[in-house]
Design a protein around this ligand. Structure first.
Ligand code: NAP
Length: 268
């Protein structure tokens, strides 16, 4: 079956596009015809993603750029530069930039809590606000904002008080943005991945991964491309009547999980 071409002539921005899920999203959006701006805190990894992107459609132009999503100045500069280069703001934005800094609640430092909130939650706010402000200002008829939460934001996880709080916040931010922005034709939806094989989960000890895998109803970790599939659907007009939704990409209902005390999502 030929790949769908639902995103021809759409300009898309993917934060955290240099790695893992973000890279897979860039590749999927590009394969469906979109022009992709790969934005990451690491220029080198953004460039690597850029060099992997197909550009088989007329007018398809991809770029790679640096952004720190936790900095308002950096995000503003990103959106301004995109508008200068492409003469329009991105009509699709996928917020995948994210970090973990795991520790038990009893020993977590304030800095660990603050940094994870700054990147995951405030970063999603700053990028969503800057992109939608630009879309509203130019009178764009439609937009699709996709945030990446986590199933951990719904069910919690040992060692991830900061991360779970940030991801629950991302979901609340998305629900509110959906309500406020629907009158401008902008849809906002959240993807909640479960346990996906990426550099982020490479940090998790093998014995923990194998325990998690036995708890997943579909019996395996997810692949970044499987999260990208959901993002491409939400980016496209196939989801035109969907806003304020959260789509779980988890391999099954992780709410059933009862994590034993030794299944800890932290290093070591
Ligand atoms: P990843 O491979 O570590 O990719 C995250 C990317 O974001 C990296 O390239 C990272 O750069 C970049 N980044 C970090 N801080 C940034 C900042 N301040 N500004 C811009 N970019 C920044 O992780 P992933 O697993 O693909 O995760 C992608 C998203 O999915 C994250 O939001 C994560 O929380 C979420 N998620 C992942 C899983 C999973 O199982 N993998 C599950 C649920 C949700 P550096 O590498 O240089 O830090």
């Amino acid at each position: 079956m030929a790949a769908p071409t639902r995103l021809i002539s759409r300009l898309t921005l993917v934060t955290g596009g240099g790695s893992g899920i973000g890279r897979a999203v860039c590749q999927r959006l590009a394969s469906e015809g979109a022009s992709v701006v790969v934005a990451d805190i690491n220029q080198e990894s953004a460039n690597e993603t850029l060099s992997s992107l197909p550009d088989d459609f007329r007018g398809q132009v991809h770029t790679a750029t640096v952004v720190d999503v936790s900095s308002k100045d950096s995000v503003k500069k990103l959106v301004t530069n995109i508008q200068t280069r492409y003469f329009q703001p991105p009509s699709v934005c996928v917020n995948t930039a994210g970090i973990t800094q795991d520790d038990f609640l009893l020993s977590m430092e304030e800095e660990q809590f603050d940094r994870v909130i700054q990147v995951n939650l405030k970063g999603s706010f700053l990028v969503t606000q800057a992109v939608t402000q630009a879309l509203v200002a130019c009178g764009a008829p439609k937009g699709s904002i996709i945030t990446v939460g986590s199933i951990v934001g719904k069910v919690g996880n040992l060692g991830q008080a900061n991360y779970a709080a940030s991801k629950a916040g991302v979901q609340g931010l998305t629900l509110t943005a959906a309500k406020e922005l629907s009158r401008f034709g902008i849809r906002c939806n959240c993807v909640l991945p479960g346990f996906i094989t990426t550099p982020m989960t490479d940090k998790v000890p093998e014995k923990v991964i194998s325990k998690i895998t036995t708890l997943v109803p579909l019996g395996r970790m997810g692949e970044p491309a499987e999260v990208a599939d959901a993002c491409a659907f939400l980016a496209s007009d196939d989801s035109r009547y969907i806003t304020g939704a959260s789509i779980e990409v988890t391999g099954g209902d992780l709410l059933q999980f009862i994590f034993p005390a030794d299944v800890v999502f932290i290093k070591g």
